[in-house]
Design a binder for this molecule. Structure first.
Ligand code: NAP
Length: 481
């Protein structure tokens, strides 16, 4: 009997999974998606200035490189268009089940029984969760948030019906998102107030447009396109990825570049002081921008560093007593990067709940599987190397690993596969130990850190990630006959 797969999530990883299943001749699968369309983060985020701070040539499937990206870091809408185009090319339409949130997945009699929010059900042999990391908006716990009388929305839920031209806009937050919004709006609005709780290190990165000649060149020469993919991948691995896990030389270079950027590009000493972070570069996700500092020096833009006391009908009142009057308030306050599959109720063998297994911490075996949850896998799960490399390549590597495990079942070697408790514990002990040597635990607050203060990232090199994810060590798995 053929085996059925459910893919949960129609973002980058879900689309990838569907393509790879089809390429293996597997047709019996559905892609469940709670929203009304594909694209994940690129569907949800539509804020002004949105672009990907990973170079376009690597932010693409390795088997589906795109020659005609408009910019080195392409706009969000273009990336969304890329995923829509790929889904179309691979004829995934009939597999999508939009507006179909899986609320419960229960392993029963050797199969996964899925309950969808609208009451529908499905029974499958494999579940592959491609639910993303940064998709649950985090709303700030600031008194009076509901009292504001102007328009107020999270950056990932941008309300495009709200006019911005000539109006007073406030932005709370100074993460990668806010730093893209500020330059995009600085010339449009009458006043833009950026409420900064913590300053950011900013690495200057130019974002040139690709000329028509360059696009034509990449189009006619797949080798050159591949070279560009290899070049940008290697740059990540050799510099940034090494710095964050403890290469002090690389880290110093990044710190120096950030410091020089601040010193050379922010003229006013007081503004420079207020934009100077008090923690090490790359402790938080590093910001890449050569437009943020120029925007912050425009007459229409104000930096507010006094803490927020409360939000009132007319605007934001800071702790110094000043009311910053606003027409629109944008919450660029990030995401809960630790929710993973939640709020889905996942029940594995012998009634074991994922919520209980993860009550203390999200612990997985090499990010992709959890003991007691057979034939159930995750892409970009806990401790994936998301802070260091392109998430697209990470997902491809993890999926190739997962499909090798699925092959054991598909090939009749076993009925179900799940990691052993002991192997998972061993992996997580080593992980915690290695995380102590990373830049992420050097004393800053960031979405990387879980409630125990542990970063949800991969603390080793990219080479090790590739090696460990090359093929499963079957001694670490229970193979049910
Ligand atoms: P973020 O990095 O988590 O930043 C959230 C910001 O909101 C921080 O500055 C934080 O201040 C502030 N904040 C949160 N609660 C607050 C409160 N109660 N009062 C005042 N300030 C508060 O979120 P993000 O900017 O949306 O970025 C999240 C991640 O998405 C990035 O790290 C990146 O991985 C990804 N992203 C990627 C791109 C891309 O181009 N690829 C673009 C955007 C986002 P503190 O620093 O003090 O906590």
């Amino acid at each position: 009997m053929s085996k059925r797969f459910a893919i949960i999530g129609a973002g980058m990883s879900g689309i990838l999974t569907a393509i790879k299943l089809k390429q293996r001749g597997i047709r019996d699968f559905a892609i469940y998606e709670k929203a009304g369309g594909l694209g994940g983060t690129w569907r949800d985020n539509t804020y002004p200035g949105l672009s990907c701070d990973v170079p376009s040539h690597v932010y693409a499937y390795s088997f589906e490189l795109k020659a005609d990206w408009s910019h080195r870091f392409s706009p969000g809408a273009e990336i969304q268009g890329y995923f829509e185009g790929v889904a179309k090319k691979y004829e995934l339409d009939s597999h999508f089940r939009f507006n179909s949130e899986i609320v419960r997945a229960e392993y029963c009699d050797g199969r996964w029984h899925l309950s969808i929010k609208d009451g529908a059900t499905d029974v499958v042999d494999f579940v592959i969760c491609a639910t993303g990391v940064l998709h649950h908006p985090a709303y700030p716990d600031i008194p009076g948030l509901g009292d504001f009388e102007g328009a107020c929305f999270h950056s990932a839920r941008w309300d495009h019906s709200v006019p911005l031209e000539g109006r007073r806009i406030g932005i709370i937050g100074t993460g990668s998102t806010a730093i893209q919004i500020v330059p995009a709006l600085a010339d449009t609005v009458s006043k833009l107030t950026l409420f900064q709780r913590t300053a950011q290190w900013v690495l200057p990165f130019a974002n040139p447009a690709y000329s028509e000649d360059e696009k034509a060149m990449y189009h006619t020469s797949p080798e050159r396109l591949q070279q560009s993919y290899d070049f940008w991948s290697a740059r990540f691995v050799d510099t940034f990825a090494r710095a964050v896990i403890g290469d002090q030389d690389e880290l110093r270079k990044i710190e120096d570049a950030c410091r020089t950027n601040l010193e050379e590009n922010v003229a006013d000493p007081d503004l420079r002081r207020r934009l100077t972070p008090n923690y090490r570069a790359a402790c938080k996700r590093l910001i890449m921008s050569d437009t943020f500092y120029p925007a912050m020096q425009k007459p229409s833009v104000a930096l507010v560093t006094d803490g927020i006391d409360r939000i009132e009908a007319g605007g934001v009142r800071t702790k110094d007593g000043v009311l910053h009057e606003l027409d629109v308030l944008v919450l660029a306050t990030g995401f809960d990067g630790h929710a993973f599959l939640r709020p889905m109720d996942v029940v594995g063998e012998s009634g074991r709940r994922l919520a209980d297994a993860w009550a203390q911490a999200n612990e997985a075996y090499r990010s992709v599987a959890v003991p007691g949850f057979p034939n159930f896998f995750m892409l970009v799960g806990p401790n994936s190397p998301i802070g260091n490399f392109s998430v697209v390549l990470i997902s491809e590597i993890q999926l190739a690993y997962i499909l090798q495990l699925a092959d054991l079942v598909l090939g009749g070697k076993c009925r179900a596969v799940a990691p052993k408790e002991e192997a998972t514990r061993r992996f997580n002990v080593a992980l915690r130990e290695a995380l102590k040597g990373t830049i992420w635990v050097t004393g800053c607050r960031s979405w990387y850190l879980d409630r125990n203060g542990n970063p949800a990232l991969w603390p080793w090199s990219f080479g090790r990630f590739r090696r460990e994810m090359d093929s499963p060590d079957l001694a670490d798995f229970n193979l049910a006959a």
